[in-house]
Write a protein that binds this ligand. Structure first.
Ligand code: ADP
Ligand code: MG
Length: 552
C-alpha cells in the first residue's frame, strides 16, 4: 500500500456539499438513483470503449451493478464493473465541480435561502455523487480503472472538507462505493427498503442490477423499443405494471421524436370506465417521467395538462437533467414545451382514432368525453381549444336519434355563406324537437345541435368559434332576430288584432314586473302560444345555480 494523500475539496465544492447534504433533494432515497445512474454511465462508457477497440482490463467480466446492504455494519454498497477512475480522475471528478455554472451558483447562494437556491439551480450541476453525504457520514470509493497499467485507489471522505486518496489492493475493474450510514439513515441498510427504491427509480435501467445477489430490475423499458416490435401482450403487461391495474388498455400511443426535443412516450387509455375518483381534479397524474430510463418523478403532474389525467404511461426525455427538482419541474420552459408537444400529439392521436374506427371511438367518447369538454374550458391555448373540439360529438336535428355528428361534419353540411353553428340545450331528444326554440329555427331550415348535458352549452360558449363559424345558441338567435317585428300577422285570420295584442302585452308586463325585461309579439311560433327567451346561457345559468345550490 502506498502513502495516503490528504486533499482539500475545492472551496466551492465544500459549500456545495453542505447544500447537497441539507437541501438539494426533497427525498434522501434519491442518492440510490444517483449512484445507480453513475454506475450505469460507467458501464455504458466501458461498453463504448470496448466497441471502439480500446485495451480494456479484465474484458471478460460481465457489465453489471451489484448493490449490497449490511444491516449489522450499517452500510450501503454499490459496485459496478464499469470504466473506473484513475487518480487524476478521482481528483477531477469527485473532488471538484468543474462546471461553468458553479460561480453563478455561489453568487445566487448569497442572500438566498437554501430552499430558493435548490429550486432555481439544480440540474445545472453534476452533483449526484455528493448526495451520498445526505445519508452517510463517511463514504469510501474503491476504484480500478479499465486502463491496464493503472493502480487501484481508495478515495475516502466524511464530506466535511477533505478527502484522502491512497492506493488499494484487490479491487476489481470498476468502482465500489461504500456508504457508512448516519444514525437516522439506517433504513438504507435494509434489503426490503432498498428493493423498493431500486424498483421505483431504476427498474428500467439497461444493465442488470443485483441486490444482495438477486436480480432487482426486470421490466423492459418498452418505450425505448421499436413500436413494431411490441406485441399486444407486451403492451398489456407493461400497462398493468405502470397503471397498477388488472384491465387492458383500450388505446395505446407510442410516440418518438428527436426534434424539437428528444421524446420517447408511451401512453395508455384504460379499458375501464373512469370512476368518480378518476374524474376528480384532485388526483395525481399517472404519467411517470424518465430521463434515459431513470425515473425522475412518478406522478409527473405538469407533463400533461390536468384534463388529460386519464392518460397513463411514461415520458422519457434525454433533455431533462437527472437532478431536476420537483420545484423546477413545475414551470421550466422545457416542461412547458414538452407538455405542448405531447398534448398536441395526444389530441391528434384521438382525432385519427375516430377516423380509423368510429364505433370504438364512440364507446371511448361515451366513457371519457367529459375530459375533452374540460379541456376546452380549461386550456389556455386557443389553437388547442379548437383541436380538442374536433373530438366532440353531438346529436343533431339532421340526424336520427342516437347518431352523433362532429363539428367538422356539421360545418361541411352548412349552406354556402352561413356563419353560425346552432345549438340547443334540452334534457332529451323529445324535448329538443318539440321545443318552441327549435320550432322557430326549423322554419328556416338550419341544422341544430342538441345538447343534453347542461355543461355542453358552457363548453360551446367557451369554444366561441369553430372553423371561423360562430357557435350560436338558439336562444340568442331568437333574442336578436331582426326580422321579428313587434307586430301581429295581419294576414292571419285567427290572430289577435294589434290593439288586442298591445293590451295583452301591457297586462302581462304589469303582472310580471321585475321578472321580465321585455314582452313582444312574435310571428315565429306555429304550435306554441308563447316562448321565453333568455339573453345568454340560459341553461348554463340554471346549471350553475343548481350546482352552487348543491355545494352550499
Ligand atoms: P454527473 O453524473 O452529473 O457527472 P456526479 O456527481 O453524479 O455528476 O458524478 C461526478 C463524476 O464522477 C461523473 O461524471 C463521473 O466522471 C464520476 N463518477 C461518479 N461515479 C462513478 C462511477 N461509478 N464510475 C466511474 N466514474 C464515476
Ligand atoms: Mg451522476
Amino acid at each position: 500500500k502506498g502513502p495516503s494523500d490528504a486533499h482539500e475539496f475545492q472551496a466551492e465544492t465544500r459549500q456545495l456539499l453542505d447544500i447537497v447534504a441539507k437541501s438539494l433533494y426533497s427525498e434522501k432515497e434519491v442518492f440510490i438513483r444517483e449512484f445507480i445512474s453513475n454506475a450505469s454511465d460507467a458501464l455504458e462508457k466501458l461498453r463504448y470503449l470496448e466497441l471502439t477497440g480500446a485495451d480494456v482490463l479484465s474484458s471478460d467480466i460481465p457489465l453489471e451493478i451489484h448493490i449490497k446492504t449490511d444491516d449489522s455494519k450499517k452500510t450501503f454498497t454499490v459496485q459496478d464493473t464499469g470504466l473506473g477512475l484513475t487518480k487524476q480522475e478521482l481528483i477531477e471528478n469527485l473532488g471538484t465541480i468543474a462546471k461553468s455554472g458553479s460561480k453563478a451558483f455561489l453568487e445566487q447562494l448569497k442572500g438566498n435561502s437554501p430552499g430558493n437556491v435548490s429550486s432555481s439551480l439544480i440540474g445545472q450541476f453534476g452533483v449526484g455523487f455528493y448526495s451520498a453525504f445526505m445519508v452517510g457520514d463517511k463514504v469510501d470509493v474503491f476504484t480500478q480503472s479499465y486502463k491496464p497499467d493503472e493502480p487501484a485507489y481508495r478515495w475516502t471522505s466524511d464530506g466535511s472538507g477533505t478527502y484522502e486518496i491512497s492506493e488499494a489492493e484487490g479491487v476489481k475493474r470498476g468502482t465500489k462505493i461504500v456508504v457508512h450510514l448516519k444514525g437516522d439513515c439506517y433504513d438504507f441498510s435494509k434489503e426490503d427498503i432498498i428493493q423498493g427504491i431500486v424498483k421505483k427509480y431504476s427498474n428500467f435501467v439497461g444493465v442488470p442490477i443485483f441486490l444482495n445477489g438477486r436480480r432487482a430490475n426486470i421490466i423492459q423499458a418498452l418505450w425505448m423499443n421499436d413500436p413494431k416490435d411490441i406485441t399486444d401482450d407486451m403492451h398489456e403487461e407493461f400497462y398493468r405494471f405502470i397503471a397498477n391495474s388488472y384491465d387492458k388498455p383500450r388505446y395505446h400511443m407510442h410516440y418518438k421524436t428527436d426534434a424539437p426535443l428528444n421524446i420517447r412516450a408511451l401512453f395508455y387509455v384504460p379499458e375501464y370506465k373512469p370512476t368518480m375518483f378518476d374524474l376528480s381534479r384532485e388526483i395525481e397524474s399517472s404519467v411517470t417521467l424518465y430521463s434515459r430510463k431513470v425515473m425522475i418523478t412518478p406522478n409527473a403532474n405538469t407533463i400533461l395538462p390536468k384534463w388529460l389525467r386519464f392518460v397513463k404511461g411514461v415520458v422519457d426525455s434525454e433533455d431533462i437533467p437527472l437532478n431536476l427538482s420537483r420545484e423546477l419541474l413545475q414551470d421550466s420552459a422545457l416542461i412547458r414545451k414538452l407538455r405542448l408537444v405531447l398534448t398536441n400529439r395526444i389530441i391528434k392521436f384521438f382525432i385519427d382514432q375516430a377516423k380509423k374506427d368510429n364505433e370504438k371511438y364512440m364507446k371511448f367518447y361515451e366513457d371519457y368525453g367529459l375530459f375533452f369538454r374540460e379541456g376546452i374550458v380549461t386550456t389556455t391555448e386557443q389553437d388547442q381549444r379548437e383541436e380538442i373540439s374536433k373530438l366532440l360529438r353531438f346529436e343533431s336535428s339532421n340526424l336520427p336519434e342516437g347518431e352523433r355528428t362532429s363539428l367538422q361534419e356539421y360545418a361541411s353540411r352548412m349552406k354556402a355563406g352561413a356563419r353560425n353553428i346552432y345549438f340547443l340545450s334540452a334534457p332529451s331528444r323529445h324535448l329538443a324537437e318539440t321545443s318552441p326554440y327549435f320550432e322557430a329555427l326549423k322554419k328556416k331550415d338550419v341544422e341544430v345541435l342538441f345538447l343534453y348535458e347542461a355543461y355542453d352549452e358552457l363548453v360551446l360558449m367557451n369554444l366561441g368559434q369553430f372553423d371561423k363559424k360562430n357557435m350560436r345558441s338558439v336562444e340568442n338567435e331568437l333574442a336578436d332576430d331582426k326580422d321579428d317585428t313587434n307586430a301581429v300577422d295581419s294576414n292571419d285570420k285567427e290572430s289577435l288584432v294589434q290593439t288586442e295584442a298591445d293590451s295583452l302585452t301591457d297586462w302581462l308586463l304589469s303582472v310580471l314586473t321585475n321578472k321580465v325585461n321585455k314582452i313582444k309579439v312574435t310571428k315565429r311560433l306555429v304550435n306554441h302560444p308563447c316562448i321565453i327567451t333568455v339573453q345568454e346561457m340560459g341553461s348554463a345559468r340554471h346549471f350553475l345555480r343548481t350546482t352552487l345550490a348543491d355545494k352550499s
